[in-house]
Every structure is written in structure tokens, then in C-alpha cells.
Design a protein around this ligand. Structure first.
Ligand code: UD1
Ligand code: MG
Length: 465
């Protein structure tokens, strides 16, 4: 198979009213990634020569998402009015014209923007099936939902060949009994595409241009059409928030399985939530109730203990994080470092073997190797206007409850006394004490107690009188 000769059209002009949202449907996220990106990512391994996303006018947020480089540089086509899936597919014509006019394409895949769980292997299987002799004009991806309800039914002949797709609203009672349904995904022979699409009419229950009609049109011209079946959990379509949650559950199951297959131990997999891009190394242990936002890379032999929230962070090998730690974007945790309970790290590099084990905020900071950050230490990185940086040199020891008022640096090997407010730079190997002097008054506590007691007794006497 020559993968260079495939184009993909992704239909996403529908508003998705049932989501009850200001966001276009395909901008909702599954495992932290927009639906439209999931669909583009599923097609990308086929190395399509072009991907075209069909949008309605004004869907600028989607256009921006699609144009992003990580999305593979797909193009946009605008469907001026929502006249049906056949009409939407035809809206991609101007963007495909040059490839269709030459001999540049074998297959055009049509995908829906709201089926984010589709896997690349399924698309590859469809292309293989379409190109298999005798070459099919169309291969439709079929599924067998427990309740076919509104799905189009795949009508097959005795030989198993696909004869037509009948929409539920147009189906006879007998056709509605068919369990094999249209997922919406199709692979179409590029050389027949325009002739098929331009033949579609609107003589149906909805008065729309049905893309599904191209099967019957192809059959009338004697072209073979076939079905490839895929498991339901790849073809879940999202129409509501409930569907979105169901898709999230399936995606999380896949991501957990992938992490475990890659050599990570998930103590209670059902309570660990990954993002689509989370990268987990080997011999990593992840405790219960851990959430990974986007952009996380965890190296080998890391231990993530229970109840951590981690996003945009890199954790090097052998580090221990949690329980109850929060790593925010820009956190770079060095090898064998320890980040303990109720510690928040943001935009900070923590050196190898450094420790911040309890109750700290470290933000906009460079922490050297082997530094010990005592309980309750805070970097004051923000003065209400700008963010400034705290630097701590290798092997420094920061006493408990230290406040580091940035911009400030603490030299390598320095000691900061507990309870200090550090506002000036501290030299290497120096001891800095930045707190009020302790004053001791012998016997004063006893005296105070005596006076207070006498006062209380006087008050009680007054009440009685
Ligand atoms: C469609 C199929 C049906 C299939 C089902 C699977 C048709 C006629 N029917 O029905 O056989 O079982 O999907 O989910 O194709 N869209 C546009 N422009 C339009 C209309 C739709 O871009 O004018 C896009 C939507 O954004 C969506 C996709 O096409 O991504 C499918 O549209 P939808 O209205 O959901 O089709 P269904 O009625 O579900
Ligand atoms: Mg639909």
C-alpha cells in the first residue's frame, strides 16, 4: 500500500446542539485533547497527503486548533449551510481538486469529527479492504450497537457485499431489524469520488444530501462496495455530555492498559487519569487517585504516590512524588529527588537528589542538586506585577518555614535558619538568619496566669452581688 496516496475529509460542521455548550462539539476534550485532534491523530499514521476539515462559517476556534502544527497542518473547507453529510463531503472539493484532477490519489477517507476513539489500525484495514481485488468503490466501517436506534443500517446482499445504507428514518420495518450499522467512516476510491458525491439527491425523510446514498449509487453502476467491522468502543459518537463521559472512560481504560503494558504498576488503575500525551517509563509505580494533565513525562523507576495532580511536568528517573503533591507546568524534577506531601512546584527545576518533603511552594526557581527544602518553605515569586526567580545552589539547606523573597539567590552549601525571611542574596557556605531575636522573660508566664485568674475571680464576685 502506498500511504502517500490517501486524503482524509473530516466532517465537523455540525453544531452539536445537544452538548448545550458555547464550544463547538469537536472542541470538547477527551483525555485532555480535543475530539478533532483525536480524529486527526487517528488519520496521521496513514501519512495522508492532505487532511481537510469541513467546518461551518464562524467556527474559528476549531479552525485555529486544526491549523496548529501538532495537528498535522490540516486544511479547512467551509460548508456554507448544513445540508447533510453528502453536501459536507462535497464542500471539500475545492481543497482536493488538484489531487483529484491529476493521478495523485487512490483513496479518500471520510471521517466524522465527533468519533474520537477511532484507531489507525482500523483505517489501515479499511484501505487494505478497499484496494483488494476486485477493487471496491466504497468500504464502509460497520458496527453492531446494542441499540441501533437512529443509526443507518447496512444492507448487504447474500454474498456479503454492501448494497445500500438506509437511514433509520427511511428504513422499512424489516431493514430496521438489521443489526449491522453505519459508523459513518468510509474509504472511497478517489477516481469515483466526485461522480458519486455529485449524484446524491435529497429525496429522503430529512430532505438532506445523505453521504450514505453513494453506496446505492455505486451499486447501480455495478461497482463493488464492502464492509469492514470494528469494535463499538472505537466508534462511539459524541452527541451529549453523557456520551463524552462514556468516551472518556473508554479512553482512560486504553491509556491505563498502555501504561501497564509499558511496564508501569498502577495500584488501582481505575483511579488513575491520564492525558492522551502522558508518557510513562518502565518500573514506574503509580498509587491510587493520581491525575495527569497534559504534557507530562515520567521517566523510569519513578514512584508517584497517592493523590497527586501533575501537569506539564517532567520527572526524572528514581524520583519520588507525593502523596498529595502538585506538579504544575514547568516543573522539572531531577533524578532521585523527593517531592512530598502538600508541596506545589511550578516552573521550577529541582536538582538531582533534592528534597522538598512537606508543605512548600516552589515557583519560578532553580534548585540545585542535593538541596534540602524544609517544611513550610515558600518562594515569594510574585509581587502583584511581575514574577521573579529564586536560585538555590547545590547542597544548600533551607530551614523550615523560610520565606524566600525573589529575586534572590542562596549560594551552594549555605544554611538558612528556620523561620527566616530572606530578602538578600546569601553567599556560598554562609549561614543566614532572617528573623526577630528571641527574648526570654523568666517567670513572666506564671505572673500573667496569676493576674488573669485574680481578674476572673473579681468578675465572678460582681455577678453574684
Ligand atoms: C450519520 C449517518 C448514519 C450513521 C451515523 C453514525 C448520514 C446521512 N447518516 O447520521 O448513517 O449511522 O452518522 O453516527 O450520513 N455534518 C456536517 N455537515 C452537515 C451534516 C453533518 O459537517 O450538513 C457532520 C457533523 O458535524 C458530524 C457528521 O457530519 O460530524 C455526522 O452528522 P450527523 O448529523 O451526526 O449524522 P447522523 O444523523 O448521526
Ligand atoms: Mg451523529
Amino acid at each position: 500500500m502506498n500511504p502517500q496516496r490517501v486524503a482524509a475529509i473530516i466532517l465537523a460542521a455540525g453544531k452539536g446542539t445537544r452538548m448545550k455548550s458555547d464550544l463547538p462539539k469537536v472542541m470538547h476534550r477527551v483525555a485532555g485533547r480535543t475530539m478533532i485532534r483525536h480524529v486527526l491523530d487517528a488519520a496521521a499514521p496513514l501519512a495522508p497527503v492532505r487532511m481537510i476539515v469541513v467546518l461551518a462559517p464562524g467556527m474559528d476556534a476549531v479552525a485555529k486548533e486544526v491549523a496548529a502544527q501538532e495537528a498535522g497542518g490540516a486544511q479547512i473547507a467551509i460548508q456554507a449551510a448544513p445540508l447533510g453529510t453528502g453536501h459536507a463531503a462535497l464542500a471539500a472539493r475545492p481543497a482536493l481538486q488538484d489531487l483529484l484532477a491529476g493521478d495523485g490519489l487512490d483513496d479518500v477517507l471520510v471521517l466524522f469529527g465527533d468519533t474520537p476513539l477511532l484507531l489507525p489500525a482500523t483505517l489501515t484495514a479499511m484501505l487494505t479492504e478497499r484496494r483488494r481485488a476486485p477493487e471496491a468503490a466504497i468500504v464502509v466501517l460497520g458496527m453492531r450497537p446494542a441499540e441501533p436506534n437512529a443509526y443507518g443500517r447496512l444492507v448487504c446482499g447474500k454474498d456479503g457485499m454492501l448494497e445500500a445504507i438506509v437511514e433509520a428514518k427511511d428504513a422499512s420495518a424489516a431493514q430496521r431489524e438489521i443489526g449491522l450499522c453505519n459508523s459513518g467512516v468510509m474509504a472511497i476510491a478517489a477516481r469515483h469520488l466526485l461522480a458519486l458525491l455529485t449524484t446524491i439527491g435529497t429525496d429522503n425523510a430529512k430532505g438532506e444530501y445523505y453521504l450514505t446514498d453513494i453506496v446505492a449509487i455505486a451499486r447501480r453502476q455495478g461497482m463493488p462496495c464492502r464492509v469492514v467491522e470494528a469494535p463499538l468502543d472505537e466508534l462511539v459518537g459524541i452527541n451529549s455530555r453523557a456520551d463524552l463521559a462514556a468516551a472518556e472512560a473508554i479512553m482512560q481504560r486504553r491509556l491505563r492498559e498502555a501504561a501497564m503494558a509499558g511496564g508501569a504498576t498502577l495500584v488501582d488503575p481505575g483511579t488513575v487519569f491520564f492525558s492522551a500525551d502522558t508518557r510513562i517509563g518502565q518500573d514506574v509505580t503509580i498509587g491510587p487517585f493520581v491525575h495527569f494533565g497534559p504534557g507530562v513525562v515520567i521517566a523510569d523507576r519513578v514512584e508517584i504516590r497517592a493523590f497527586c495532580d501533575i501537569a506539564g511536568a517532567h520527572v526524572a528517573s528514581g524520583a519520588i512524588v507525593g502523596p498529595f503533591a502538585r506538579l504544575r507546568p514547568g516543573a522539572e524534577i531531577g533524578a532521585d529527588a523527593h517531592i512530598g506531601n502538600f508541596v506545589e512546584i511550578k516552573q521550577a527545576r529541582i536538582g538531582a537528589g533534592a528534597k522538598a518533603n512537606h508543605l512548600s511552594y516552589v515557583g519560578d526557581a532553580e534548585i540545585g542538586a542535593g538541596v534540602n527544602i524544609g517544611a513550610g518553605t515558600i518562594t515569594c515569586n510574585y509581587d502583584g506585577f511581575t514574577k521573579t526567580v529564586t536560585r538555590i545552589g547545590e547542597g544548600a539547606f533551607i530551614g523550615s518555614n523560610t520565606v524566600l523573597v525573589a529575586p534572590v539567590s542562596v549560594g551552594a552549601g549555605a544554611y538558612i535558619a528556620a523561620g527566616s525571611a530572606i530578602t538578600r542574596d546569601v553567599a556560598d557556605d554562609a549561614l543566614a538568619i532572617g528573623r526577630g531575636q528571641q527574648v526570654d522573660k523568666p517567670g513572666r508566664a506564671k505572673l500573667i496566669r496569676k493576674m488573669r485568674l485574680a481578674e476572673k475571680q473579681r468578675q465572678q464576685m460582681k455577678v453574684k452581688l
